[in-house]
Design a protein around this ligand. Structure first.
Ligand code: ZN
Length: 290
């Protein structure tokens, strides 16, 4: 795990539970001072408190260096190196969504980065749209795909226009997750699907790796979902979970070795490894009446 330089000028805040607002939370063994993972005594969500103040966090995602890891703290070491494995991951996800009869029509991807998922999705949807806070990543996505890319979800008309809305590895960054999912629900057509995917706090990898679990990514990840709390989030936003979405994640072998503190030879960049349970994902729809 990469060591983080704590910037003493950062604004730090104590947080109530981001999902239920509960103020009673227990300690967990996981921390990287000044940040701590706590567990809500009311809804059981694991969340970061203290955490970066929201205005500091927004700066991360809007910065042009987020997807190239340029500031050495946030973002990805080299997102482009992972392109092939990310595309393979998204290919599997899109095939799963197709098997669950949730493809076709209009797709919105929130947090689309440089547009790999949208690019892979072009044969399975009629129209493609994306939201990306980083202007440089949004520009890459526009160049890579024919998709309309927005810099904020607030730029999208507040009307039910989308058949499928996907957000992978976004919700764990969001400070107000219920309001976020409500904003997706407002833009979802009747019969359409919202698919959220997040690092799986209940996974075997978290249990084995403990505090070295890569998804304890301080300070960016502020909530840690599992098979109970992710469906709970949908319910609180007025959506009903339809089914779990299997989400095998493909990684370069070199990256998997690096997470265990090992440096693989160059050829391990080109070997893909599929890990079955690093990510938890569910598909939800509007609540049916009656
Ligand atoms: Zn809670």
């Amino acid at each position: 795990m990469k060591d983080m330089d704590v910037n003493s000028e950062w604004l730090i805040e104590d947080a109530a539970c981001p999902m239920c607002g509960g103020t009673e939370a227990g300690e967990t063994p996981y921390s990287q001072p000044p940040f701590k993972v706590k567990r809500c005594k009311s809804c059981t969500l694991n969340f970061l408190s203290p955490r970066l103040a929201a205005e500091e966090a927004n700066r991360f995602y809007q910065s042009d260096t987020y997807f190239s890891g340029g500031d050495g703290v946030s973002g990805y070491d080299d997102y482009a190196v992972q392109e092939q494995s990310l595309r393979a991951t998204f290919r599997k996800l899109l095939d799963t969504i197709e098997a669950q009869c949730a493809t076709g029509g209009s797709l919105l991807e929130v947090g689309c980065g440089p547009g790999y998922l949208l690019d892979e999705a072009r044969d399975q949807f009629d129209t493609l749209s994306g939201v990306e806070l980083s202007a440089s990543a949004a520009k890459s996505a526009r160049q890579r795909t024919s998709a309309r890319i927005y810099l904020s979800i607030d730029e999208i008309e507040d009307a039910p226009a989308f058949d499928c809305i996907v957000a992978t590895h976004v919700i764990e960054h969001i400070y107000e997750p219920v309001a976020f999912v409500e904003s997706l629900a407002k833009r979802l057509k009747p019969g359409g699907s919202v698919i959220l995917a997040a690092p799986h706090m209940g996974s075997i990898f978290r249990r084995i790796m403990g505090r070295h679990w890569p998804s304890f990514k301080y300070p960016e990840h502020v909530s840690f979902f599992d098979e109970k709390t992710l469906p709970d989030l949908f319910r609180r936003a007025g959506l009903d979970v339809v089914e779990r979405v299997p989400y095998p994640h493909v990684f370069p072998l070199s990256l998997v070795l690096a997470k265990f503190g090992l440096r693989g030879p160059r050829w391990t960049d080109r070997i893909n490894v599929t890990l079955p349970a690093t990510t938890i994902s569910f598909r939800a729809q509007h609540r049916s009446n009656g």
